[in-house]
Design a protein. Structure first.
Lengths: 136, 104
């Protein structure tokens, strides 16, 4: 049955929002993950989205998909924490590269992105049902 | 900032992509695009969408990594397909009744 393209496009947006939230949740969960000084710290990941365009399927695209995870390249902070079992001889540990304020704002965006994609699907369903009322 | 011009918009396609689309226009209704074929194809696609929704619901219930939103979309598709089928059937039966009730 033709006419469900919006559903699939919206579904790709829902899937992306969900994946985005998964990545944010992982970043936030690791906000206290310290590593010994000198080791690579935990770095926050950011999701890279890309549009899906298959030529020959009409003027509109086919939605969005997650393509990659990019790590935050910022320098990690060295924090003195002598009581930490992971601390080096000087009592330093490497803090994770996670900015909680960025993660929280991203979480709001992911949540809203899920909502608007859900709304496009809902609108498409309403339009389909309105079309079925024609001639009744 | 330069705004690229909008390309030519593709013409609206027939809602039913029948295999008889290649028949020359004006040659009269071909066998491929008859009403019964259309109904048969509609029934098949309704059945396919129902089966897809059914397998997704089963997957969700049995703990497979299926997203709830995907299941709801699949069930919505199946529900809308059935509604479409019922609407077409109502119209067809209505037309039949109109003919049968004609005074002669």
């Amino acid at each position: 049955m033709i006419g469900f393209d919006t559903f699939d496009v919206g579904r790709s947006g829902l899937t992306l929002s969900k994946t985005w939230l998964d990545v944010i949740a992982n970043n936030i969960a690791n906000v206290n993950t310290v590593h010994p000084a000198g080791q690579q710290p935990f770095r926050a990941s950011y999701l890279v989205a890309q549009e899906v365009v298959e030529p020959g399927l009409g003027p509109s695209g086919q939605g969005v998909r997650p393509v990659a995870l990019v790590e935050d390249p910022s320098m990690p902070a060295m924090v003195s924490s002598p009581g930490n079992p992971l601390a080096d001889a000087n009592g330093n540990v490497t803090e994770p590269v996670v900015d909680l304020s960025i993660e929280m704002t991203n979480m709001i965006m992911a949540s809203r992105s899920f909502q608007v994609n859900e709304r496009t699907i809902e609108t498409a369903r309403d339009m389909y049902q309105a079309a079925l009322q024609i001639g009744k | 900032m330069q705004i690229p011009p909008l390309g030519a918009v593709a013409p609206i396609q027939s809602p039913f992509r029948t295999s008889g689309a290649s028949s020359p226009a004006g040659a009269g209704p071909s066998r491929d695009s008859s009403f019964s074929d259309m109904v048969t194809k509609g029934l098949q696609s309704v059945s396919a969408s129902e089966k897809s929704a059914d397998s997704m619901v089963q997957g969700l219930a049995s703990g497979k990594p299926v997203q709830a939103a995907d299941v709801m979309i699949a069930t919505s598709k199946a529900s809308l397909s059935v509604q479409m089928l019922v609407a077409v059937r109502d119209q067809a039966v209505g037309a039949y009744r109109d003919i049968m009730n004609m005074q002669v």
